[in-house]
Design a binder for this molecule. Structure first.
Ligand code: FAD
Length: 465
């Protein structure tokens, strides 16, 4: 994997906009580039366009969308921007945060109106984890797989060329840093070279690259990676080889809600609706709603590296509409019992401490109190029968990456811009600031779609100039 610097490379095939990576960012960039009048080509390493986008819950935050207006939600780019800066303690890049916030609603409206990819406002997601407004959107089926199927369908309708099983191994560039093309490896080992006028890096982050995780996020080097294995940080490393700046490389999305041993992610709504987490000693260890991403490392730090999500029949019924939860139920993942003591026995933990913990939470819910971790509980109180799901913490995807400007063009360390290189989604610096705690729910897909929308238009404009 390298950047081949050459003064004169000629290609038999040349396209206007070359997009590397066929996840949500790459497909959105392709649609935007096509709408802007250019002919894009998407190169995807895998046999299908999936990526971590297809593994996701498909929940995407966006502000100022028509869906929010229809539902009388008072939100706009300014409020979203303020939430990002507040959540990250001011460490998010304000230019990227503003670009994402301003383009998030328009990108969803454009996908719906122009490409029939409709993201509905998820009214079940109350403002939480740093969002002050209801702004989580998802396609009707509420899965990342269905979101990707809809994006792919839109690309087919738009007659966009997508080459799968096409792993980009090298970039060609002039000594001045102008990208001229790529080398692609096919499954039979053969190599092809394709030229381009502009390029979008949509290769996501580096969660699948153990060396990079050890270097940049040592706290998670032993954690389970529950993301797309092909995301090896290729785009970030090509950018760096070309002199691009990177930032927030220690930022990541973790989650303390990976069902163990089923390996399916549990929807945070179980907690938002009044559920809580305990460890194997039957006691709570955190404010479950203050840091959706940092909760991953907190769960891993518990004895045995796991915990339990505790909830009740009412929350179970809400959750039965979520596809991942349905899959967990089909696997008999949840334990359920009529009393705290019986549930404790099913979890193989001491009944006494767990019964005390549950009673304390119920008292807080009945009285509307705040606990020792600062979590405010509200009615209704949990009531029998009770449920428990065993979970562990995991690294889902990384949030640091290439520095870009408001047109998604990649920046060098000295602030100058690479001539024709754009980046979005997990390949670009995200909106989560540093570490795990700045992550807002839905921010990963929001960056993928919003920056794909911007990068595709910018690359097309440049290629046409
Ligand atoms: C389990 C899970 C749940 C999640 N849930 C949510 C959620 O509900 N909401 C949310 O906002 N975010 C969620 N995320 C994060 C979200 O999925 C990512 O932030 C987002 O999908 C990134 O999109 P992307 O297009 O940049 O990358 P991806 O979707 O990962 O696409 C990158 C693509 O590039 C390809 N690629 C990489 N290198 C090369 C190469 N050299 N040549 C050719 N192709 C290459 C890969 O194969 C991949 O298909 C979740 C992540 C995981 C793992």
């Amino acid at each position: 994997m390298s950047v081949i610097v050459s003064g004169s490379t000629t290609f038999e095939v040349e396209v206007e906009v070359l997009i590397i990576g066929g996840g949500a960012c790459g497909l959105t960039a392709a649609l935007a580039a096509k709408d802007a009048g250019s002919e894009p080509l998407v190169l995807e390493r895998w046999a299908s366009c999936s990526g971590s986008s297809s593994m996701s819950l498909g929940a995407l935050c966006a502000a100022g969308s028509s869906e929010q207006k229809l539902n009388d939600i008072d939100d706009d780019a300014e409020v979203f921007f303020a939430d990002i800066m507040h959540r990250t303690g001011g460490t998010a890049d304000p230019v990227i945060a503003r670009t994402v916030a301003e383009n998030s609603g328009p990108a969803l409206d454009w996908l719906a109106n122009r490409h029939n990819v409709v993201f509905e406002l998820d009214l079940g997601w109350r403002p939480a984890f740093g969002h002050t407004r209801q702004r989580l959107h998802a396609v009707a089926e509420r899965t990342g797989q269905d979101m990707m199927a809809r994006l792919l369908n839109a690309c087919e309708h738009a007659q966009i060329d997508i080459m799968t099983e096409a792993q980009v191994t090298d970039l060609f560039a002039t000594p001045e840093g102008l990208i001229t093309g790529v080398r692609v490896k096919r499954p039979d080992g053969s190599l092809e070279e394709i030229g381009c006028k502009a390029m979008v890096l949509a290769t996501s982050g580096f969660g699948g690259n153990r060396d990079m995780i050890t270097r940049h996020i040592p706290d998670m080097q032993d954690a389970r990676y529950f993301g797309w294995e092909a995301n090896q940080g290729d785009g970030i490393r090509w950018g760096q080889a070309l002199g691009a700046a990177v930032a927030d490389m220690d930022a990541y999305q973790g989650l303390g809600l990976l069902a163990e041993p089923q390996g399916l992610d549990v929807n945070p709504k179980l907690l938002i609706e009044g559920g809580f987490q305990i460890n194997s000693q039957g006691v709570r260890f955190s404010h479950e709603l203050d840091d959706v991403s940092g909760q991953g490392a907190r769960v891993i730090r518990q004895p045995g590296g796991f915990g339990w999500v505790i909830y009740d029949q009412r929350i179970h019924e809400i959750a039965t509409t979520f596809p991942q939860y349905q899959a967990l139920m089909a696997l008999n993942a949840a334990k359920t019992a009529a009393t705290a003591e019986d549930l404790a026995r099913l979890m193989a933990i001491e009944p006494g401490p767990f019964a005390q913990t549950l009673a304390a939470v119920q008292a807080l819910q009945q009285g509307g109190g705040i606990d020792e971790f600062g979590r405010r509980f509200e009615a209704p109180s949990l009531s029998a029968p009770y449920f428990a799901l065993k979970v562990t913490g995991a690294l889902f995807h990384t949030q640091g990456g290439l520095e870009i400007d408001a047109t998604a063009r990649v920046k060098r360390g000295d602030g100058s811009l690479l001539a024709n290189l754009f980046a979005g989604g997990g390949a670009a610096r995200g909106i989560s600031g540093k570490g795990p705690s700045g992550y807002l729910p839905g921010a990963g897909l929001c960056s993928a779609v919003s920056l794909g929308f911007v990068a595709g238009q910018s690359a097309a404009k440049l290629a046409k100039a």
